[in-house]
Design a protein around this ligand. Structure first.
Ligand code: 5GP
Ligand code: MG
Length: 180
């Protein structure tokens, strides 16, 4: 098992790139099955979903649009409880099917906030696609249409996800090693 160091924290391999890509492909095939012919907009939530979105979109085999929003709710390794939208959504959502592409659903507050914001743009339908979900931490009722991997309640980095801005570049996903 490989370990990496980010500032004062140690992380150990949790999911390898191959394990991740296998589930990304599965989720993509579900989306291909469900959304072909609907001309959807994939709305990727920056920064964390950039690597997932890239691998996911390469597997999507029908005409679609791709756009990005930027949200922030985390400082360090614990939720600040507040959710801020940093980059807005444009008008082309009206009447369109939307697939939100997120890195991880933790408490679920970010997603609820985003869904609420999206409603004002009058999409015909909104589906949620997340790389990771921590079911034990979910604090809200949320129907997640596509989940690549359910994970336990550990802080993770890599494959787009960060710890204070570092660690997004790793191919694999690492989980924090308990402080002794
Ligand atoms: P929520 O609003 O669902 O509690 O948090 C969602 C956001 O918090 C995610 O989009 C992600 O940016 C961040 N987040 C939640 N859990 C983790 C984690 O284990 N590692 C990292 N790096 N970010 C996380
Ligand atoms: Mg995110």
């Amino acid at each position: 098992m490989k370990t990496i160091q980010i500032q004062d924290k140690t992380f150990a391999t949790f999911l390898t790139e191959n394990e991740i890509l296998k589930e990304v492909k599965r989720v993509a095939s579900e989306i291909n099955r469900d959304m072909a012919g609907k001309d959807p907009v994939f709305l990727c939530v920056l920064n964390g979903s950039f690597m997932f979105a890239s691998d996911l979109m390469k597997e999507i085999d029908f005409p679609c649009n791709l756009s990005f929003v930027k949200l922030a709710s985390y400082e360090g390794v614990s939720s600040t409880g507040t959710v801020k939208q940093l980059i807005g959504i444009n008008g082309y959502i009206k009447g369109r099917a939307v697939v939100v592409v997120e890195d991880i659903v933790d408490t679920g507050h970010t997603m609820v906030n985003l869904l609420e914001t999206l409603k004002a743009y009058e999409p015909s339908e909104v589906r949620i696609c997340t790389l990771l979900c921590k079911p034990e931490k979910l604090q809200v009722k949320l129907d997640i249409d596509y989940v690549a991997l359910n994970i336990p309640n550990d802080f993770i980095v890599g494959y787009g996800l960060d710890c204070d801005g570092y660690g997004r570049n790793y191919r694999d996903i690492y989980k924090i090693v308990e402080n002794k």
